[in-house]
Design a protein. Structure first.
Length: 192
């Protein structure tokens, strides 16, 4: 069964929204590194103060720090029945770290890629009104995505099955598309 899933998509693609819904529907742990970092910043922890400036610029937090954070999170018992990674890995180095450190039971089964055109992305991101969402920051994050995160897809292509979803449409409609694609990605022996 597909149960350890990586949700990918450019900033503003709706991957966060879909990740929450999907994790809830399937009983999987939702692991959003952006949420984890924002929580640390809001709580004023040591991690939070280390990453604050980086996150506010829309740059990427150092890979080793992110890998430690996710490794710890994946060791928590609620990931046993499945998990949905949202916002990690964002660089090839992070993807390598994940592959090396991930226990056998936490191996990724599937990458879900949400596809959305750039103009739609900018429009959507501006309407979210988050503190780190000015138009410049959004464009910068799109650029960072293209330069650093797209190559993660190529890296993972040799290792993990990928399904691509059209990310333009109603929220429910897109959830249905993702769930259908995940069910179709189950190995044949599970479906019979
Ligand atoms: P997100 O909510 O996923 O868009 O993340 C918000 C911000 O947190 C990003 O713009 C980065 O500054 C930081 N961040 C989140 N996840 C990662 C990651 N895997 N690697 C590096 N930085 C990250």
């Amino acid at each position: 069964m597909v149960r350890n899933v990586l949700m990918m998509g450019p900033p503003g693609s709706g991957k966060g929204t879909q990740a929450v819904r999907l994790a809830e529907r399937r009983g999987w742990a939702h692991i959003s590194t952006g949420d984890m970092l924002r929580a640390a910043m809001a709580a004023g922890t040591e991690l939070g103060s280390r990453v604050k400036d980086i996150v506010e610029r829309g740059d990427l937090v150092p890979d080793d720090l992110m890998c430690d954070l996710v490794e710890q999170r994946l060791n928590e018992p609620d990931t046993e029945n499945g998990f949905l990674l949202d916002g990690f890995p964002r660089t090839v180095e992070q993807a390598e770290g994940l592959m090396e450190r991930m226990a056998e039971s936490r191996k990724l089964d599937c990458v879900v890629l949400l596809r959305v055109a750039d103009e739609v992305l900018i429009e959507r991101a501006l309407s979210r009104g988050r503190a780190d969402d000015t138009e410049d920051t959004i464009r910068h994050r799109l650029e960072v995505y293209r330069r650093q995160t797209r190559p993660v897809l190529d890296f993972l292509d040799d290792r993990v099955r990928r399904v691509e979803i059209d990310g333009v449409g109603g929220i429910d409609e897109i959830t249905v598309r993702i769930e259908r694609a995940l069910d179709a990605a189950n190995p044949a022996e599970d479906r019979s």
